[in-house]
Design a protein around this ligand. Structure first.
Ligand code: NAD
Length: 357
């Protein structure tokens, strides 16, 4: 398996180095893995004047999977929009056709107290949000600004989904549910929006191919409320781009720690880009205190979804749970009175735990 490694900016290189330790350990055990590193984001701009240099895109295209750290930083905030680090990320997702964004939100028992919700509401949560990533109101035409005849400024965007776009993301959702608790909740606003009426129709049609999966539908406003009221009722939530953008951030807060949440963005052949959901954390970059676990858990997703290495993925996740059970905490997870471990120490502990799995 060829993996393109794109550390990016800020804490990106520090956390990716720890994730690579995990992959290199598995390679020493016999997994066939090849790595090649490229520049993206501010690092791409600094070296090639482009947040997604041609060489990086070529590397990503040739790879089976991409492991990414994070991009961005205050140094780049004044650049023209096409040159900003975040554009590199948006472009690579688009160029690779990564339409399916998987964001698991898991609450480990040891960390239930870190959530802003009561532990009894979130303990044991294991939720997967599947967000469509390349359609919807973010890409629909027409869009723009204009001035009306009366001289008033107007802004407008178009919500848009085609049947084939809905069908392919729905299939990913049903397949995911099959590998979990066989429950899929499709989120829409079919009481108001035509796009959502079609969404619901097509999801029901695809559901006919998956009689073993229990399909339900929920309006997005209710879903937002249910996520904080009783989040454990959900297994896989299937959403369009806009609703998923909002709900996945809400779900990430249920877990209490941004430093723990991985993500995957997949194409139709399970090639994927794997990255932590957090950013480049410029406020702590270079200090060796960042939490590498979200990136290490992204490696587990990489092994499972692009590598078909379900057992190795499970071992990595078990190793992470084991270090948390042992009480190891980076600064972002520490409660009062606890002594934090650094980024490298956490990475080393996961590798040691992996060797015991
Ligand atoms: P952020 O996620 O980088 O940081 C938010 C807060 O969480 C900070 O206090 C940070 O120190 C902390 N944090 C984040 N990751 C952590 C980790 N692994 N361990 C410990 N603490 C962690 O979000 P931000 O501050 O809004 O953005 C910083 C930069 O990152 C910006 O340039 C932004 O555009 C970029 N960004 C990139 C991505 C991405 O690469 N996918 C995502 C979000 C933001």
């Amino acid at each position: 398996m060829k993996i393109a490694v794109l550390p990016g900016d800020g804490i990106g290189p520090e956390i990716v180095a720890e994730a690579l330790k995990v992959l290199q350990f598995l390679a020493r055990e016999g997994l066939s893995l090849e790595f090649e590193t490229g520049l993206i984001g501010g690092a791409g701009y600094d070296s090639a004047g482009d947040p997604l240099p041609e060489a990086t895109l070529a590397l990503a295209r040739a790879a089976d999977a991409v492991l990414l750290g994070a991009v961005g930083g205050p140094r780049y905030d004044t650049l023209a929009r096409p040159l900003r680090p975040e554009q590199g990320l948006l472009r690579i997702r688009k160029e690779l056709g990564l339409f399916a964004n998987l964001r698991p939100a898991v609450v480990y028992p040891e960390l239930a107290a870190a959530s802003t919700l009561r532990p009894e509401v979130v303990a044991g949560l294991d939720l997967m949000i599947l967000r469509e990533l390349t359609g919807d109101i973010y890409f629909g035409q027409p869009r723009g600004r204009r001035t009306t005849a009366a001289g008033e400024r107007e802004g407008f965007d178009s919500m848009h989904y085609s049947e084939s776009e809905i069908r392919r993301i729905a299939r990913v959702g049903f397949e995911l549910a099959r590998g979990r608790s066989r429950r899929l909740t499709s989120v829409d606003k079919a009481n108001v929006l035509d796009t959502s009426i079609l969404w619901r129709e097509v999801v029901i049609e695809v559901g006919g191919e998956y009689p073993d999966v229990e399909l339900s539908h929920m309006y997005v406003d209710n879903a937002a409320m249910q996520l904080v009221r009783a989040p454990r009722q959900f297994d896989v939530m299937l959403t369009g781009n806009l609703f998923g953008d909002i709900l996945s951030d809400e779900a990430s807060m249920l877990t209490g720690s941004i430093g723990l949440l991985p993500s995957a963005s997949l194409d139709s052949r399970n090639k994927g880009l794997y990255e932590p959901i957090h950013g480049s954390a410029p406020d702590i970059a270079g200090r060796g205190v960042a939490n590498p676990l979200a990136t290490i858990l992204s490696v587990a997703m990489l092994l499972r979804h692009s590598g078909g290495q379900v057992q190795a993925a499970g071992r990595v996740e078990a190793a992470v749970r084991s270090v948390l059970r042992d009480g190891l905490r980076t600064a972002d997870l520490c409660a009062a009175g606890q002594t934090p471990v650094g980024t490298q120490q956490m990475g080393d502990a996961v590798v040691a735990a992996l060797a015991r799995q």
